[in-house]
Design a protein around this ligand. Structure first.
Ligand SMILES: Nc1ncnc2c1ncn2[C@@H]1O[C@H](COP(=O)(O)OP(=O)(O)OP(=O)(O)O)[C@@H](O)[C@H]1O
Ligand SMILES: [Mg+2]
Length: 142
């Protein structure tokens, strides 16, 4: 089946896209975020968390590996960018969130370790089209 690719011009359009996903969110949901540096993985996560009622700061967890935002449900934000192996991922206890029993998990750079994704996870692929435009498409793991 051909993947549907959408174009999101401007941050407001990315916000609406994230809100759409937030509307369909429930505990146990896992979203893998894939795309080059600056594609908008953290920006998506920020809007997603806001749509679920989080009002605090959402920086990139690149150095801390993971963060938790207290929204309508806890949102676990994981970044694999600096992880060198699955072992390091497990050592950090992050596999406990794939899926999480009580919250929603978003994982940046999940394509480094695609085998981590559970069944029925959503993968969102983002790409830079131009300075303020991103393309997005999504699929579910089997
Ligand atoms: N339509 C858009 N959607 C998302 N971000 C956009 C858009 N237009 C411009 N931007 C900008 O692109 C940048 C995206 O950065 P962001 O940190 O979200 O990327 P990232 O994919 O998480 O990168 P990294 O791999 O470094 O973690 C932000 O500065 C954001 O303001
Ligand atoms: Mg990021």
């Amino acid at each position: 089946m051909a993947k549907k690719t959408e174009e999101l011009k401007g941050l407001e359009s990315m916000r609406r896209y994230a809100e759409h996903w937030a509307k369909n969110a429930a505990p146990g949901m896992v979203i893998g975020l894939v795309g080059e540096l600056g594609a908008g993985k953290t920006t998506f996560t920020h809007f997603f968390a806001q749509a679920l009622g989080y009002t605090g700061h959402t920086g990139s967890p690149t150095f801390t590996l993971s963060k938790c935002y207290r929204a309508q449900w806890p949102i676990y934000h994981i970044d694999c960018y600096r992880l060198n192996s699955i072992e390091a991922f497990v050592q950090a206890g992050l596999d406990a969130y794939l899926p999480s029993a009580d919250g929603i998990t978003l994982v940046e750079w999940v394509n480094k370790f695609p085998q981590l994704l559970p069944k029925h996870a959503t993968v969102i692929e983002l790409a830079i089209k131009d300075e303020d435009t991103r393309t997005v498409s999504s699929f579910k793991t089997e």
